[in-house]
Write a protein that binds this ligand. Structure first.
Ligand code: ADP
Ligand code: ZN
Length: 221
């Protein structure tokens, strides 16, 4: 199954993509994570991406599209994958369609996690991350021990782009460049809206319910 997770920054894409990927036994591909890995490992891709990410802007399409293509061509993606944070521009969306078409595949579902602008800024400004991918919020979803991940005991950190200032730019970037993609998937008839304000477990339940409904109709998974 090929699933696209859509939504504003901090809408829960990463968290829910991980849940879905685990449940379906397919890879979770986050372009944001790929860029952050490259930054942490001082690669040329990381150096290029950092210029944009730290400002809340999108990494140019050419680089992003190439990275995505390389990733989904890998062997572990043959039975499907969950895309988190891609596509983010109409250009990326069209090129993804083309890549899939070329190998006789298509997107099964686009899941759109809906949250208000206020919620986006609130979440981003209190977010704490772990290297393992787990996200916390200092007020509404704290780790059990301060600054230590519940899952792996790793030390929590704040993403450089998780400041109020950059959050506003990211939201703006999202509205201008990424939100139009929702309409495209709606027209294709594969869009499902999920209320992203609910607690994480409830959102997961709603997302998995929609996937189940889709799969039983299609006879896939
Ligand atoms: P969030 O959804 O919370 O903003 P991500 O980890 O998905 O977090 O993305 C972080 C940053 O990485 C983005 O603000 C952007 O700069 C860059 N990025 C991630 N995916 C893409 C993409 N598909 N196209 C361009 N830039 C991207
Ligand atoms: Zn962890």
């Amino acid at each position: 199954m090929i699933i696209i997770m859509l939504g504003a920054p901090a809408s829960g894409k990463g968290t829910q993509s991980a849940v879905v990927a685990q449940k379906l036994g397919i890879p979770h591909i986050s372009t944001g994570d790929i860029f952050r890995w490259n930054i942490a490992n001082n690669t040329p891709i990381g150096a290029e991406a950092k210029k944009y990410i730290d400002k809340g802007l999108l990494v140019p399409d050419e680089l992003t599209i190439n990275i995505l293509r390389d990733r989904i061509e890998m062997e572990d993606c043959k039975d499907g994958f969950v895309l988190d944070g891609y596509p983010r521009t109409i250009n990326q969306q069209e090129s993804l369609d083309k890549m899939l078409e070329d190998c006789g595949k298509s997107i099964d579902m686009a899941i759109n996690l809906v949250v208000t602008d206020e919620e986006v800024v609130r979440r981003i400004s209190g977010r704490r991350m772990c290297k393992c991918g787990k996200a916390y919020h200092i007020v509404t979803y704290p780790s059990k021990k301060p600054d230590i991940c519940d899952l792996c005991n790793g030390e929590l950190y704040t993403r450089k782009d998780d400041t109020v200032e950059v959050a506003n730019t990211r939201l703006d970037t999202y509205k201008k460049q990424s939100e139009p993609i929702i309409g495209v998937y709606m027209e294709k008839g594969i869009l499902v809206d999920i209320d992203g304000h609910n607690p994480q477990d409830k959102v997961s339940e709603d997302v998995l319910y929609e996937i189940h409904k889709y799969s039983s109709k299609q006879g896939v998974v």
